[in-house]
Ligand binder design. Structure first.
Ligand code: OAD
Length: 252
């Protein structure tokens, strides 16, 4: 017995298009820290000193070594049941778009085929001067020299820093997937960082049924048709199995 409205299960089982927006909470059960929870990254580190181009120019070793540690954590992590269930939803719904603010690549590793990475990807590293792709970024905090490209430029991850704009093609894809969604699911995001945080409202205004899954209420909760409080790694697989059961009943 789960707490989902039967209306939601019906809508998902008959949906043509589902859009999912994920935030750091979707990867929390893979051991990747969130940003704004107690103990999260932004409670321990100052974003202005690590996630901006000015900080990178001022102290590249500090910024590169912080991202190197995050890259290592991602390489050591595995997709969790939330990522896997979203990938498996593709067998039940004609079109599933996963719009993610996460930079860990775990949705693709779990097998989701249409992933829109709004904030980039940590594993994609490149030269900030000439744009050439670099193999890796692996800098220790006590390194004497920052990682450089052959051209002398500094290596950085392709993630969106404060003061930078989102990749235009990713944002356009996210808006169009949101606008055509029959069901829009927000999972594990605090809903505080725009423009991603504006997508649930856009979905609601375009007529989608909006479901939020989070361990606590957020600014998105008030506009959602349904809020399920619980861990993504538990709730999303439960949702998948309800939809699977409903779809099988429909077939027989
Ligand atoms: P936040 O850290 O702001 O929010 C994480 C959300 O996940 C919170 O609402 C938690 O309640 C929820 N949560 C935690 N564990 C969960 C679990 N197991 N299951 C479900 N929910 C859980 O992270 P984001 O909303 O992703 O931007 O943050 C948005 C952006 O802010 C990030 O992409 C990053 C950051 O600055 C950039 O780096 C550009």
């Amino acid at each position: 017995m789960t707490g989902f409205a039967s209306n939601l299960i019906e809508r998902l089982a008959s949906a043509g298009n589902v859009a999912v927006l994920t935030g750091a909470g979707a990867s929390a059960e893979s051991g990747i820290p969130t940003f704004r929870d107690p103990g999260g990254l932004w409670s321990r580190f100052n974003p202005a000193e690590l996630a901006s181009f000015e900080a990178f120019r001022r102290d590249p070793i500090r910024v590169q070594s912080w991202y190197s540690a995050r890259i290592r954590a991602v390489l050591e992590s595995e997709p969790n049941p939330c990522h896997v269930a979203l990938a498996e939803l593709e067998a039940l719904v004609p079109s599933v778009s996963v719009i993610t603010q996460n930079v860990d690549g775990l949705h693709k590793r779990a097998g989701s085929s249409n992933v829109i990475e709004l904030h980039g990807n940590l594993l994609d590293v490149f030269c900030a001067t000439c744009g050439r792709a670099a193999e890796t970024l692996d800098v220790a905090p006590d390194a004497l020299e920052p990682a450089r490209c052959e051209c002398g430029g500094l290596i950085r991850p392709r993630v969106v820093w404060f003061g930078e704009t989102l990749p235009a093609d990713a944002y356009e894809s996210a808006v169009s997937a949101t606008a055509r969604a029959d069901v829009f699911i927000s999972i594990g995001t605090s809903g505080e960082v725009y423009p991603a945080a504006g997508l649930p409202r856009l979905a609601a205004e375009a007529g989608a049924y909006v479901l939020e899954i989070n361990v606590q209420r957020t600014p998105i909760s008030g506009l959602a048709d349904e809020v399920v409080l619980g861990a993504a790694g538990i709730v999303v697989p439960q949702l998948l199995s309800e939809v699977r059961r409903r779809s099988n009943v429909g077939v027989s």
